[in-house]
Write a protein that binds this ligand. Structure first.
Ligand code: CA
Ligand code: CA
Length: 199
């Protein structure tokens, strides 16, 4: 009986100590549930080693353990705020860990619903974000199949006039795609289809 009580006391003490140490980690998990299934859900979120805090841990302590107060700080000075790093699942206390920013392209024009007349010039516009490179290609697609590469390579300046060719099929279901030449996976298509009509 005495042995069992001792074991219970030891277990209880261990749990209390462990709980005290992990209290802030539990709080982090409650605050940011997405991290709980990742390697971020660990003492090293705030600690470099043992009791030594990393920059995020130091800011967390200085804020009186208030995650909200340091979300917009960039504790490790890697150019990404703590909340951005936590949302992207990189370490907010380690400058060698930061989000990979993939470029994006968004085709603005044509919007869809237009009718391009053969022989006239149509305008394609797009915007981009992140590292998309200096040049893009412009492609004409119809019902999921590529009709033509309208421009092999044109400066990524957000605007290009293109001549509507008589050799292209006419009818509905056309879309334009603008694609990065430095990363062919960065591509966008206009939101809705347009028509090509006789000039
Ligand atoms: Ca950072
Ligand atoms: Ca970082």
């Amino acid at each position: 009986m005495r042995v069992r009580v001792c074991i219970l006391v030891v277990v209880a003490l261990c749990c209390t100590v462990a709980h005290a140490k992990n209290e802030y980690l539990f709080a982090a998990g409650l605050k940011y549930p997405d991290i709980t299934t990742t390697s971020l859900y660990d003492c090293s979120l705030c600690h470099a080693s043992g009791d030594n805090r990393n920059p995020f841990g130091m800011d967390f302590e200085a804020s009186d353990h208030n995650f909200d107060a340091i979300e917009n700080e960039d504790s490790d000075h890697d150019g990404f705020s703590n909340i951005t790093e936590i949302e992207r699942l990189t370490w907010p206390g380690n400058p060698l860990s930061f989000p990979f920013i993939m470029g994006t392209i968004k085709v603005l024009k044509p919007k869809g619903g237009e009718a391009w007349s053969v022989g006239t010039k149509a305008t394609v516009t797009w915007e981009f974000d992140g590292d998309v490179g200096d040049e893009v290609s412009i492609e004409l697609w119809r019902n999921g199949e590529k009709v033509a590469t309208v421009k092999d390579a044109t400066p990524n300046d957000g605007k290009q006039k293109i001549k509507v060719k008589g050799s292209w099929p006419r009818g509905s279901g056309f879309r334009v795609r603008v694609r990065s030449l430095s990363d062919l996976s960065i591509v966008d298509e206009c939101d809705a289809s347009f028509s090509i009509v006789k000039g």
